[in-house]
Ligand binder design. Structure first.
Ligand SMILES: *Cc1c(COP(=O)(O)O)cnc(C)c1O
Ligand SMILES: [Zn+2]
Length: 428
């Protein structure tokens, strides 16, 4: 296990606390998979599904050989993350307009979002290195997750939270677990820039997704989907794009599955951004139609969005740090990118909520984007797909109020509570 720069291939030991190469490139973890293949690993991973009392009960550490084999078991900080449901409902499949659609409810993670899959790996790595002060900046879910794992491990967490456009529920969850919450004026992008410049001097271990260990942990999402479907993946995987860590991890996880012989061909991936925060999509479009050329990422001028603005607060990012990895992933999977409006996101969210699964706005971008790609004929009606639902319904309760305030339950929402006289309720 090493960290390698994706731009200039410089190598760094995983004992080093670095997130960017001297050349500015992102780092990524490389593994030595000698002696490992699907034939050996499939029964091993299957046997761990019945574990209850070891790290293998986790839906991340079940795949330890492919995630962080060098981190000793005693350093691992886990809360049985992963193990989330994969659901197929009539409402969501019909809304998408395709033959079959599975939704991976990452909302069912212990802190309520997919960030736990990556955070367990980052916090375990920090404990392995002996770092005691952990930090992140966040639109909310990363900080909730870090605060939870730091509490479990008995480590300090400092979180930098933008003072606007984020869900108060996430900030409350973060402070409840005990992190130091620093509210700042600016955006997620400003917070990342601050940590890139100052974290080392301040002795902070950074738990944002520029930390390549986060990406290793998040690979488990596609491993779980594949294992749940008998190691046969659907034609398409649909993922919302904010900082683009999820999209990057998906790409790396798919490569692992392919190289090790779990799957015979790569599914196509669609990244869905919000219209108000679509810098990545703009770059992909400019590249050539909607397809990425096979040239180096450095040749692709990426232009950040200075004023990102979307109701899906987890996607409200103007300069997604992982764009080169996400771009490479789209090239490798013959993938596409698409944008959806806030109205489309909220409508898709209502469908997911009414199907009984539920999610926060950003997650619903996956279904909204899928529906759009099907209507455009990019994804065919006879094809199959899996969408990643990133966060829990209760992460953004304001969004529920806003959507329903003019509807049937408007009175109830405006008064917060509505009382009826039970004596006259006989006709319910
Ligand atoms: C973090 C987050 C996203 C965006 O994921 P990236 O990896 O940053 O692209 C989407 N939805 C929710 C709920 C999130 O918490
Ligand atoms: Zn480099």
């Amino acid at each position: 296990m090493n960290a390698v720069c994706i731009q200039c291939q410089s190598l760094f030991a995983i004992e080093s606390m670095r997130y960017l190469c001297d050349c500015g490139g992102l780092l990524e973890i490389t593994h030595n998979y000698d002696g490992l293949d699907a034939e050996y690993l499939k029964p091993l991973f299957a046997s761990r599904l019945s574990e209850r009392n070891s790290i293998y009960a986790s839906g991340v550490w079940r795949y330890k050989e492919l995630i962080a084999p060098e981190i000793p078991d005693h350093a691992i900080v886990s809360k049985n993350e992963g193990n989330t449901g994969l659901y197929e409902t009539i409402q969501t499949t019909q809304y998408a307009g395709i033959r079959r659609l599975w939704l991976k409810a990452q909302s069912e993670n212990p802190s309520g979002s997919f960030k736990d899959n990556g955070m367990t790996a980052a916090v375990s790595h920090a404990r392995y290195l002996g770092c005691s002060r952990l930090a992140c900046t966040s639109t909310g879910n990363t900080s909730s997750s870090l605060s939870m794992y730091a509490a479990i491990a008995g480590l300090d967490a400092v979180v930098l939270v933008p003072n606007s456009d984020i869900s108060p529920n996430k900030v409350l969850q973060t402070l409840a677990y005990g992190a130091d919450v620093c509210s700042f004026s600016g955006t997620y992008d400003d917070g990342i820039r601050f940590l890139e410049e100052h974290a080392n001097r301040l002795g902070l271990y950074v738990c944002n997704s520029i930390n390549p260990m986060r990406i290793e942990g998040q690979k488990s999402i596609i491993f779980e989907i594949a294992q749940d479907l008998g190691w046969v993946l659907p034609d398409w995987i649909i993922v919302p794009g904010g900082a683009l860590s999820n999209a990057s991890a998906l790409g790396k996880g798919l490569q692992d599955l392919y190289t090790l012989g779990f799957i015979e061909k790569l599914p196509q991936v669609a990244v869905v951004q919000a219209e108000g925060a679509q810098s990545f999509h703009r770059m992909i479009e400019a590249a050539s139609g909607n397809k990425c050329p096979a040239a180096g990422a450095a040749s692709m001028p990426f232009v950040p969005e200075p004023n990102p603005q979307t109701r899906a607060s987890a996607l409200n990012i103007g300069s997604p740090p992982s764009w080169p990895k996400a771009w490479r992933m789209l090239s490798q999977t013959n993938g596409v990118s698409v944008t959806v409006s806030d109205a489309e996101i909220l409508e898709a969210k209502a469908v997911i909520d009414r199907s009984g699964i539920g999610c926060e706005p950003a997650s619903a971008a996956a279904l909204a984007g899928l529906r759009k790609l099907v209507s455009q004929g990019v994804i065919h009606r006879e094809q199959t797909a899996a969408g990643i639902l990133t966060g829990h319904l209760l992460k953004d309760t304001e969004a529920i109020k806003e959507y329903h305030q003019d509807g049937r339950w408007g009175d109830l929402l405006r008064n917060e509570v509505r009382t009826i006289h039970l004596q006259t309720a006989g006709s319910i």
